[in-house]
Design a protein around this ligand. Structure first.
Ligand code: NAD
Ligand code: MG
Length: 389
């Protein structure tokens, strides 16, 4: 059997390392081409050596010499910078994992899609910002997009063998995050450490904060809208604190299919890596007797306004989702850096969205322009909030 060639964008992150955990279980089955990271030279070099990667790319150009030194004497080629990330997609492997966090992943993800092969998509922000353009590129190139986000992977599995035309509703489940039953008053004093401590999942810092504000579910609503063309009004959100049911598809005959599994991203990643086959993950199977009960409740958009903002941005269309995403990325970074309070995240995003000029994007350049200008505007606002530093 010839090994499948794979590349991982965002190899040092939570999804990236979970993907490599799966590769480690069956080394003969895969040949690793490109591995990328932002600034973690040591982490990237270690992985590149272990997996004998053909190419290692560090996005932060200033770390080029360090990476070169760290990989000297190996067969791994070294590159640095944003363009090198995009160029890495030209290696055109059989399977690409898009697991960079944020809109920074948009260009390399689009480049991988343009090659028309298989792209496993974890980088939801790229789809939120440029969903219509990305899905048009998938159509044009004939690429296969496999959703990795656990909810979308669940929907993808529940839709296998079904027809989109027969869907009555998609039901995205949400854990509700660490502050699910907190009052707004109590949320005022939330610290970054509290916000990143997700009750069910172990994830990178940005998505953990997004889960705490429930912006994550808002971004996932927009993600689902692009991946599964049923219309925004047919996508519901349901809070399910146990995170056992990862999402559901309700068909027109009132049959509802749910996908369940342990709260370990290796399960949806394995589904995308082996699709349509199945592989071992090493995860402990779901023990429903131990879980005992499954609870469901409606989301509360008053306590979690990010949900309302995301749906409004989706309805508005054009560059509104890219605006929402860019504003949120800056706000989350500012919160993690101790510069704004937890409740300021959604409040600032709303302010920026209200003031933004929204237009239909004619191409990726328009998305980048919006992304840059909204980041600049948000940075100013954050500066005002914390005394103009
Ligand atoms: P993470 O922060 O753990 O890792 C992010 C990766 O992207 C790292 O390898 C980092 O080096 C790289 N990166 C960060 N900024 C970059 C930049 N500016 N340029 C190039 N590379 C950069 O994040 P994660 O939790 O693994 O999440 C990755 C993506 O997957 C996100 O879009 C997230 O929403 C999505 N996702 C994650 C999970 C999860 O369980 N972690 C679940 C569902 C979806
Ligand atoms: Mg998710």
């Amino acid at each position: 059997m010839t090994a499948r060639t794979i590349s991982i964008f965002g190899a040092t992150g939570s999804v990236g390392t979970s993907t490599l955990d799966l590769v480690r279980r069956d080394r003969q089955a895969y040949a690793v081409q490109a591995l990328t990271a932002h600034g973690d030279v040591d982490g990237l070099a270690k992985l590149a050596r272990e997996f004998d990667a053909k190419l290692a790319v560090i996005a932060d150009e200033r770390r080029y010499e360090d990476l070169k030194t760290a990989l000297s004497g190996t067969g791994t080629r070294v590159a640095a910078g944003k363009q090198a990330l995009v160029d890495a997609a030209d290696m055109d492997p059989d399977w690409t994992m898009a697991a960079i966090v944020g809109c920074a992943g948009l260009e390399p993800t689009m480049a991988a899609i343009e090659h028309g092969r298989t792209v496993a998509l974890a980088n939801k922000e790229s789809l939120v910002s440029a969903g219509a353009l990305m899905m048009a590129a998938v159509e044009r190139s004939g690429a296969t997009l496999l959703p990795v986000d656990s909810e979308h992977n669940a929907l993808f599995q529940c839709l296998a063998g079904g027809r989109i035309a027969d869907v009555r509703r998609l039901i995205l489940t949400a854990s509700g995050g660490p502050f699910r039953d907190w009052t707004r008053e109590r949320m005022k004093a939330v610290t970054p450490a509290q916000a990143v401590a997700h009750p069910n999942w172990s994830m990178g810092a940005k998505i953990s904060v997004d889960s705490a504000t429930m912006m994550n579910k808002g971004l996932e609503l927009i993600e689902a809208f692009h991946l599964f063309p049923v219309g925004e009004e047919r996508i519901d959100i349901l809070v399910h604190p146990q995170s056992v049911v990862h999402s559901m598809v309700e068909y027109k005959d009132c049959s509802t299919l749910a996908q369940m599994g342990p709260t370990d991203m290796k399960v949806p990643i394995a589904s995308a890596l082996a699709w349509p086959a199945r592989i071992e993950t090493g995860c402990g199977p779901l023990d429903l007797a131990a879980v005992g009960r499954l609870d469901f409740e409606a989301p509360d958009e008053d306590r979690f306004p990010a949900l309302r903002l995301a749906r409004a941005a989706l309805r508005q269309g054009g560059t509104a989702p890219a605006t929402l995403n860019a504003a949120n990325e800056v706000a989350v970074a500012a919160f993690l850096g101790g510069r704004i309070a937890f409740l300021d995240i959604a409040a600032l995003v709303e302010r920026v969205l209200d003031a933004a000029d929204i237009a239909p994007p004619s191409g990726l350049q328009d998305i980048f322009t919006v992304d840059r200008s909204i980041r600049a505007r948000m940075s100013e606002l954050v500066g005002e909030y914390c005394g103009g530093d």
